[in-house]
Design a protein around this ligand. Structure first.
Ligand code: A2P
Length: 281
């Protein structure tokens, strides 16, 4: 199965399938990670207001001297700002912190708060050219169904936690049916899945690393990924996943690692039901 390095979104925009994640990249480490990442070949940068590193990411972008138009920069609206009168102001504060005059992608970070009203603000900013593509994170099918019933613009991407131990296959399949690209945050299980014996064994078989096996598995199941790393070697490794293919039996073996529970220790269904019950659409 040949997998292209880019994927076309439902608004016609092409994005890299592998982007660089910035959750838990802090201070000068985040600034340096932008430069190392661009040097390694990344063009897609994924941050969020909540990550508290937009200024450093912005400094990194300016420091490395790349043409802005070559980059695809994404940030996110945190849910406490998803309420009347705050969304637009918060967006412009993110732009200011990044030192940019538009972002390529802007996400609603959680389906919590005033979802539809916040989505309208994103649609307006998209029409005004301040955001090129609008998307969501952490939406379960039930949230997407409610949003799609009212949205003028369909979200392009749904960024959800997905990794071998917590795969979220129902959400992935729902997105694919609706033409929304599913994207994995924490694709490596925040590093914790790398030592699982099956992945170590597959790494030996394919002469790759466990991280590359996991990332390739995500790509073959149709997800895009934003692995986080601040280490130049690991960054390069995570991009180098287009020259091999996992056999179907190995894809299936990784599917059996599902536990239904995130490493945070709560049953997923419980948490997502609770989030849904609190959410206004
Ligand atoms: P580091 O930033 O020091 O490279 P996730 O993307 O699932 O959130 O995982 C991120 C974690 O996995 C970070 O701790 C990161 O550490 C580590 N990591 C990222 N890429 C690799 C890799 N190729 N090999 C080993 N660890 C990795």
């Amino acid at each position: 199965m040949k997998i292209e390095k880019t994927i076309k979104l439902n608004n016609g925009t092409e994005i890299d399938r592998v982007g660089l994640g910035f959750w838990e990249s802090r201070g000068s480490e985040a600034e340096d990670a932008v430069c190392y990442g661009i040097e390694a070949g990344y063009r897609r940068i994924d941050t969020a207001a909540y990550y508290k590193n937009e200024p450093e990411v912005g400094t990194g972008i300016r420091k490395c001297g790349i043409d802005r138009k070559e980059l695809f920069v994404a940030t996110k609206l945190w849910y406490t700002d998803m309420c009347e009168g705050r969304q637009e102001e918060t967006f412009y504060r993110s732009l200011e912190r990044l030192g940019l005059d538009y972002v390529d992608m802007y996400y609603l970070h959680w389906p919590i708060g005033e979802v539809t009203k916040s989505w309208r603000v994103l649609e307006k900013l998209c029409e005004a050219g301040k955001i090129r593509t609008i998307s969501v994170c952490n939406f379960q099918p039930v949230h997407l169904q409610k949003l799609l019933a009212k949205a003028n613009i369909c979200p392009a991407v749904n960024q959800i936690e997905s990794n071998p131990h917590f795969q979220q296959n129902a959400a992935v399949e729902f997105c694919q049916r609706e033409g929304i690209v599913p994207e994995a945050w924490g694709p490596l299980g925040k590093g914790s899945d790398l030592s699982l014996p099956l992945l170590v064994q597959l790494a030996q078989k394919y002469e790759k690393t466990p991280a590359q096996i996991i990332l390739r598995w995500h790509l073959q199941r149709g997800l895009t990924v934003i692995p986080k790393s601040v280490n130049p070697d690991r960054m390069a490794q995570n991009l180098d996943v287009f020259d091999f293919e996992l056999e179907e039996k190995d894809m299936d073996a990784i599917y059996t690692l599902e536990t239904g529970v995130t490493k945070r220790g709560y049953p997923a269904q419980y948490r997502y039901d609770a989030v849904c019950a609190e959410t206004e659409f």
